[in-house]
Write a protein that binds this ligand. Sequence first.
Ligand SMILES: Nc1ncnc2c1ncn2[C@@H]1O[C@H](COP(=O)(O)OP(=O)(O)OP(=O)(O)O)[C@@H](O)[C@H]1O
Ligand SMILES: [Mg+2]
Length: 286
Amino acid sequence: MNTQNDSSAAVEARKISFNVETKTLLNRIDMRAERGSFVGLIGPNGAGKSTLLRAISGVLRNQEGAVWLEGSELSSMPTRDIASMLALVPQIAPYTQGFTAFELVLMGRYPHLGRFEIEGQTDDRIAKEAMHLTETEHFASRTLETLSGGERQRVFLARALTQQPQVLLLDEPTSNLDILHQLTILGLVRNLVDEGLTAIAAIHDLNLAARYCDQLVLLSNGSVLTEGKPEDVLTSETIELAFRVKSFVYREPVTDSLAISLIGPAEGAEAESFSSNSSATNLGTT
Ligand SMILES: Nc1ncnc2c1ncn2[C@@H]1O[C@H](COP(=O)(O)OP(=O)(O)OP(=O)(O)O)[C@@H](O)[C@H]1O
Ligand SMILES: [Mg+2]
């Protein structure tokens, strides 16, 4: 029977499986995020990170298993209740032509408004504060299509913060950001987590994941390969197993965080990676 027995989890997923036709995208995934913790999802392209975030957010349909959000089973919660507790910043920003950055951020208030209620001064203030925190206020009146990739990514984070969620899901939040904003945005999430937010983020940069996250979940082929504290998950053995890359893991003396030096592809991995990408082999042959 599906019962949650540990109330310290903000998110608990049990035996999540998801198939598309004959392909298994997620295979009996168990994971949990303690309230007030920052969990990083790591793993190679196609491992299932985005699919798992979608499953936890309630966007995915027809998944097997169960997800609890702050003790309530997700499948029994109305969409608006989910949105008032959880925000997802997707990997690929949805199509939003015509809206200004401020209008988009203000949309984050929607789950907190009554049926025919329009946004008021408090909602404006919350949206402005989120734009201040994400350093997006100076392009508040610009339409989204005029913003750069990194600027847009920060605007979508501002919208998620405007939702004032208890659980924040981030899919590659730093993928388009310059190095300053990688640090400030993950630092911002870290501060919010220290104040009680629960965050789960898919992150490709293993150094950033090790530095900012409390726990890591390493996914491979739709399954959890290993999970735990960054120093337990990020070993040169697990990195080679999951990513087919030789690495050296050490403690970086200036920041005292775990750091990974990438030495190169593991034996045979390079040839395998090119031969599995048939479109690359077709390039330039016509
Ligand atoms: N609708 C679909 N039909 C078939 N395959 C799908 C579908 N959606 C996702 N997949 C496949 O499922 C796998 C997992 O996708 P997912 O987007 O979760 O990976 P990811 O770990 O987020 O990868 P990335 O690091 O590239 O973002 C991929 O191989 C993807 O091609
Ligand atoms: Mg992804």
